[in-house]
Design a protein around this ligand. Structure first.
Ligand code: ATP
Ligand code: MG
Length: 262
């Protein structure tokens, strides 16, 4: 049965997608089967995984089923899953149409548990399910948190105001835990885009560690241009630049995550 992790932080551009895609690639490279579930209408995880062009086109145009169809129309997730270039790494794709779901969900019955129910039949096929969320605390993110039996992983960018908004995220996590998913824990906090040349990065890292004394991963993800280049080639860091500082860090972070579970 898969362990389900949701990556969430309503602050934009903190490294949610980069973490989901690259940790999943490392898990798959280690022999685990991993399913990336893209619950963000920006569909960055979908495009980062380098789907073939015709498929990318038909996802955009709405000819191919996506997570939207699973949530709103009850389409079986098993029929939506796409394979990727990497063995054992599969994807439930997103598309811009998902933006409408945030509104459509409001009127639906059991609207917070739709993703959890949609994923349930495929969980036995995977070791890990990694859910990428949009930069908001709306119903899509609430659905992702409700589905996360393994917990939530919070990427925090080592920048000014890094902790801003985290209180609100934690309140949402607590609400979901109390009413929808009693197994929701904070599985980890990842410090991202750490710049060794600045004192600010160090200060933010220290502050986040004080705030989350137990949850912050020892592995820190450095600011590394290779990590930002890889998605435009539809590649993960593992194939794009396996010797880069970014690859080494995501490899180490994956090991740390695996180690935490035993
Ligand atoms: P959103 O909230 O919009 O979904 P996000 O939290 O998913 O954003 P990413 O898309 O992973 O954030 O990262 C934001 C940008 O920063 C992207 O262009 C990404 O390539 C780049 N980036 C992420 N991590 C790093 C890093 N460690 N070093 C350099 N660039 C990075
Ligand atoms: Mg993203």
């Amino acid at each position: 049965m898969a362990k389900v992790y949701t990556f969430a932080n309503q602050k934009g551009g903190v490294g949610k997608t980069t973490s989901v895609v690259n940790i999943s690639a490392f898990l798959a490279a280690q022999g685990c089967s991993a399913l990336v579930v893209d619950v963000d209408p920006q569909a960055n995880a979908t495009s980062s995984l380098g789907l073939e062009e015709h498929l990318a086109e038909s996802l955009k145009s709405g000819d191919e089923a996506t997570v939207y169809h699973a949530l709103i129309e009850g389409a079986p997730v098993s029929q939506i899953i796409q394979t990727t270039r990497r063995p054992r790494l599969h994807l439930v794709p997103s598309s811009p149409a998902l933006a409408g779901a945030e509104v459509e969900l409001v009127g639906m019955l059991a609207r917070e548990t739709l993703l959890r129910k949609a994923l349930a039949p495929v969980l036995r096929h995977y070791d890990y399910v990694m859910i990428d969320t949009p930069p908001s605390l709306g119903l899509l993110t609430v659905n992702a948190l409700t589905a996360a039996d393994g917990g939530v992983i919070i990427p925090v960018q080592c920048e000014y105001l890094a902790l801003e908004g985290l209180g609100q995220l934690l309140r949402t996590v607590n609400l979901v835990r109390d009413s929808l998913n009693p197994r929701l824990t904070i599985a980890g906090v990842v410090l991202t885009m750490y710049d060794t040349r600045t004192r600010l990065s160090q200060e933010v890292a220290d502050e986040v560690r004080r705030y989350f004394p137990k949850q912050v991963f020892k592995t820190v993800i450095p600011r590394n241009v290779r990590l930002s280049e890889a998605p435009s080639f539809g590649e993960t860091i593992l194939t794009y630049s396996p010797g880069s500082a970014g690859a080494l860090a995501y490899g180490a972070l994956t090991d740390e995550l695996l180690g935490r579970q035993v």
